[in-house]
Design a protein around this ligand. Structure first.
Ligand code: IPD
Length: 263
């Protein structure tokens, strides 16, 4: 566990937002049977969590800016720092009572992510990383998996769905990876995909069309756990591009080659 003032601030804000989220998740289960479904309720739960995070972080670090999934960009008086926040990554899972979602908070300093938290409130797994200080799952130091060949790997992919993404390109990617890996998974939360790569549970993660708040915290987790994170053409990851290939260094290279820019 990283014991810096910054991590204490971030952890406290995330845990506070998580308490409300867990209560709301309990309610969502009851709403599945209503005709209207839980969509409005979930959208409000998302906004409530975001307000809690914003309020707590603003109190502890006045002047920092924000990029919020729900609230958009809020410029701070401090031009160096901004929080990049997804209060509920895995919204579709949450909406369907699937207990796999996360709160994701990254801190950017002078254009670079320097700290990140991904928290799964259901499993109480807190993934934290700070630049130069390593990545942790609760109190345990994280390292990416050591597998060296794609043939031994389990990879997680974002899969396009109704109204989103290039379905044909993804079918090509999946066909390639199906034939070369031990298995493909789809969690429905990019923040946890990255956290689980950092934890060595997944060997690799590939997705395009993501937003900055889906990946800001997760990318520093992977880097601090010894992994590589780039776009699909092996360029430095830009939060704007929304393309992510994350893995340990050997497998990352193989993943990039096997995709050959097709996703
Ligand atoms: C989504 C999740 C999902 C990914 C989608 C994202 P949200 O974020 O990260 O895994 O496939 O592209 O939009 O909407 O649940 O915050």
């Amino acid at each position: 566990m990283i014991k810096t003032a910054l991590m204490n601030v971030m952890t406290a804000a995330v845990r506070k937002a998580a308490r409300g989220m867990i209560r709301d998740f309990g309610e969502v289960e009851n709403l599945q049977v209503s005709r209207k479904g839980p969509a409005d309720f979930v959208s409000n739960a998302d906004k409530r969590a975001e307000r809690t995070l914003q309020r707590e972080l603003e109190k502890a670090r006045p002047g920092y800016g924000f990029i919020l999934e729900e609230g958009g960009e809020i410029k701070g008086t401090d031009p160096q720092h901004r929080w990049i926040i997804d209060p509920l990554d895995g919204t579709t899972n949450f909406l369907h009572s699937i207990p796999l979602f996360a709160i994701s908070v990254g801190l950017e300093r002078d254009g670079e992510i320097v700290a990140g938290i991904v928290y799964n409130p259901v499993s109480d797994e807190l993934f934290t990383a700070e630049r130069g200080k390593g990545a942790y799952l609760n109190d345990r130091r994280l390292r990416v998996a050591a597998r060296r060949s794609l043939e031994d790997c389990v990879v997680t992919l974002g899969i396009p769905h109704l109204g989103r993404g290039d379905h044909e390109a993804w079918l090509t990617t999946q066909r390639t990876l199906m034939a070369r890996t031990q298995g493909i998974r789809r969690t429905g939360t990019a923040a946890l995909d990255l956290a689980w790569v950092a934890a060595g549970r997944f060997d690799g993660f590939v997705e395009t069309g993501l937003s900055a708040w889906d990946i800001a915290a997760g990318l520093i987790l992977v880097k601090e756990a010894g992994g590589y994170v780039t776009d699909t053409r092996n360029r430095d990851l830009s939060l704007k591009s929304g393309e992510v290939v994350a893995a340990n260094p050997e497998v990352h290279n193989e993943l990039i080659k096997s995709l050959s820019g097709r996703v």
